[in-house]
Design a protein around this ligand. Structure first.
Ligand code: PZK
Length: 293
C-alpha cells in the first residue's frame, strides 16, 4: 500500500503508518513553511506493517490528537486560520494535520508514569532508566511515585531510537533547551494523566516531539500527541483489578496477542482475520470515546 497522490502536494516521506507531504510549489522540504502529515489506516506491530489496514484508524487517531492539542496550553504546530496556507485535500481531511514546518529537535521526549516496555527492560538490567535510579523490586507495569523523563535519541531511518541520559540530551541540544524539553514534557504529561484518569483511562507513558517555530521562536509541540500510537493507555479498572491482562493496552494488544499465537515472527506476518480487524478498530474507537467524552 502506498501513499495517496494529493492534488497540490508532493509526497516526500512515509513512516510505517503516516505519510508526509510538502506543498507542490515548494522546491524541497526545507523551503516550505507548511507540511501535511497524513495518518493512514495502516497498523504496525512487531516492526511490521500489517494487512489489511484498519479502516477508520487514521481518522480516530487524528481526532484524538486534535482534541489533546486543544486541551494543552502549549504552542503547537497546527495551522489555524491562515489564508496563506495551502488547502487540505478533501479525501484526507479527517486524517490530515496541516502543520507549520518546525526546526525539529532530534529527541523523543518520553515520560513514564509506569515502568514497562523498554523502560522496564533497562531497569531489569541496570536498576535505572536513562540514568534515573529507581527503587529495587519493581515489577512490570508498576506505577512510579513520580513520572520520570526518559529521553531517546531519534535514530536515523530504520534504526531503533536509543534511550539516553538527560546529560546526553544536554550535549545534543544544550542545557537550556534540554531543560525546556524535560519540564514541558513532564508538565503536559501530568495534565494529560489527570484528564485521562478522570475518564477511567490510565496513561502509562507517552512520547512527545518538539521543534522551534522559526516565526515565533517558541518551543512548539509537534507530531501527533497522546494517541495510542505514541502512548500506552490502560483501562484503569482492569489495571486495578490486577489480573493477567492488567497491562493489556488500549490499542494493539488484540493484534499483538493474535500475532503471537499465529506467527513465529519469522518472515512476513499473516493477514489479520476480519474479526481481529473489527475488534481492534472498536478499541481505538472506545479510547477516543472515553477520552473525549
Ligand atoms: C516532522 N515527522 C514525523 C514521520 C510523517 C511524519 N511540524 C513539523 N515540522 C517539521 N518536521 C516535522 C513536523 C511534524 N509533525 C514530523 N517528520 C518530520 C513523521 C513519518 C511520516 F508523516
Amino acid at each position: 500500500m502506498s501513499a495517496p497522490q494529493l492534488l497540490g502536494w508532493r509526497h516526500i516521506y512515509s513512516g510505517k503508518v503516516r505519510d508526509l507531504y510538502v506543498p507542490e510549489a515548494a522546491t524541497d522540504e526545507a523551503h516550505s513553511d507548511y507540511l501535511l502529515v497524513v495518518a493512514s489506516d495502516r497498523i504496525s506491530a512487531f516492526d511490521h506493517v500489517l494487512e489489511p489496514p484498519i479502516l477508520g484508524k487514521g481518522a480516530l487517531l487524528t481526532a484524538l490528537s486534535n482534541w489533546w492539542f486543544e486541551q494543552l496550553a502549549v504552542p503547537n504546530h497546527l495551522v489555524g486560520e491562515d489564508p496563506a496556507a495551502p488547502p487540505v485535500p478533501a479525501e484526507v481531511a479527517d486524517r490530515a494535520m496541516l502543520t507549520r514546518r518546525l526546526e525539529m529537535y532530534p529527541i523523543e521526549c518520553v515520560v513514564r508514569g509506569a515502568l514497562t516496555g523498554s523502560g522496564y527492560a533497562e531497569y531489569r538490567e541496570t536498576g535505572a532508566v536513562c540514568g534515573i535510579d529507581l527503587p529495587s523490586g519493581l515489577s512490570d507495569g508498576d506505577l512510579l511515585d513520580e513520572p520520570i523523563y526518559t529521553p531517546a535519541y531519534k535514530a536515523p531511518l530504520g534504526e531503533h531510537d536509543e534511550n539516553i541520559t538527560f546529560a546526553r540530551s544536554v550535549e545534543l541540544v544544550g542545557e537550556q533547551v534540554a531543560a525546556e524539553l524535560r519540564d514541558t514534557s513532564l508538565r503536559i504529561f501530568s495534565r494529560a494523566r489527570e484528564l485521562a484518569g478522570a475518564r477511567g483511562v490510565l496513561l502509562a507513558d507517552t512520547k512527545f516531539e518538539f521543534g522551534r517555530d522559526p516565526r515565533t521562536g517558541a518551543l512548539t509541540l509537534a507530531d501527533e500527541v497522546l494517541t495510542s500510537d505514541s502512548s500506552r493507555y490502560w483501562d484503569a479498572d482492569v489495571y486495578r483489578a490486577g489480573g493477567e491482562d492488567r497491562l493489556a493496552s488500549f490499542d494493539k494488544q488484540i493484534v499483538r496477542d493474535w500475532l503471537s499465537a499465529n506467527w513465529n515472527k519469522q518472515g512476513e506476518p499473516p493477514e489479520l482475520p476480519p474479526e481481529i480487524v473489527a475488534r481492534t478498530l472498536e478499541r481505538y474507537a472506545e479510547l477516543h470515546r472515553r477520552i473525549t467524552g
